[in-house]
Design a protein around this ligand. Structure first.
Ligand SMILES: Nc1nc2c(ncn2[C@@H]2O[C@H](COP(=O)(O)OP(=O)(O)OP(=O)(O)O)[C@@H](O)[C@H]2O)c(=O)[nH]1
Length: 241
């Protein structure tokens, strides 16, 4: 691949060195287009980006939170879903990881079927089973009660999560609070469980707070981005079913 690497960052920036706040590296992986960028944006900035482009390399976003009186920081690594934009960086992704978010699109069964390959990538990069893993079905706002065949059922996802020792959430980066309702015959019945993104932040934070080896001055926190030099491309349109 004729690409070169650029690491624009502030390694162990003064603020992170001086801060007593423990920082945890959280890797976000999944197929291209499942919404990793939007989700991390929502988790860190509390909003849905109007426009996104395919992630090239990795983008970093941070989210500070307080758990039981302790301030911690989640450093989310929003990685490229497209193989050609991640190939040369995979080793960097997995170094000193504290938790992994596996993301799929609930309206795209192919992205769910692709999860096995992401689990395998973790294995190939020696990610231990002690590293907490979270499974996130994104785009729940697009669930349609009348065309369930094109969607990933929660039951299937929960079984996958159980098999791979993951904590499962279904949410929407776009509209995290919207509930899907079935108003048939005047009844209002909830069709599925949905979590707010804050539930995910809290679950990850609470789990990691118990973690003994956060990033320190010796394993510096990064801010900035790794880029694989390639001409930026508009997000390709993907369709499922
Ligand atoms: N309706 C809806 N659309 C979403 C949601 N999350 C993301 N999208 C859309 O899905 C498309 C892809 O989102 P991205 O966040 O760029 O996807 P990605 O997984 O980061 O893709 P790569 O960078 O290629 O790996 C964009 O058009 C988003 O607007 C969601 O929760 N609901």
């Amino acid at each position: 691949m004729d690409s070169s690497l650029e690491f624009s960052s502030s390694l162990g920036s003064v603020s992170s060195l001086l801060s007593r706040c423990r920082t945890f590296k959280v890797l976000v992986i999944g197929d291209s287009g499942v919404g990793k960028t939007c989700l991390t944006h929502r988790l860190c900035a509390g909003e849905f980006p109007r426009r996104t482009e395919a992630t090239i390399g990795v983008d970093f976003r941070e989210r500070a939170l307080e758990i039981d009186g302790e301030k911690i920081k989640l450093q989310l690594w929003d990685t490229a879903g497209q193989e050609r934009f991640r190939k040369s960086l995979v080793q960097h992704y997995y170094r000193n990881v504290h938790a992994v978010l596996f993301v799929y699109d609930v309206t795209c069964p192919a992205s769910f079927n692709g999860l096995g390959a992401w689990v395998e990538e973790c294995r190939q990069n020696s990610l231990g089973h002690e590293i907490p893993r979270f499974l996130i079905g994104n785009k729940s706002d697009l669930r349609n009660a009348s065309s369930t065949s094109c969607q990933v059922s929660q039951e299937l996802a929960m079984n996958f999560a159980k098999t791979h020792a993951m904590v499962f959430f279904e949410t929407s980066a776009k509209n995290p609070l919207k509930k899907q309702l079935n108003g048939r015959r005047g009844e209002v019945e909830e069709m599925f469980q949905q979590s707010g993104v804050e539930d995910i932040v809290t679950a990850v934070g609470t789990t990691l707070k118990r973690h003994k080896t956060p990033l320190t001055a010796n394993s510096p926190a990064y801010s900035g981005s790794f880029k694989v030099h390639k001409k930026k491309q508009q997000k390709e349109l993907w369709t499922c079913c």
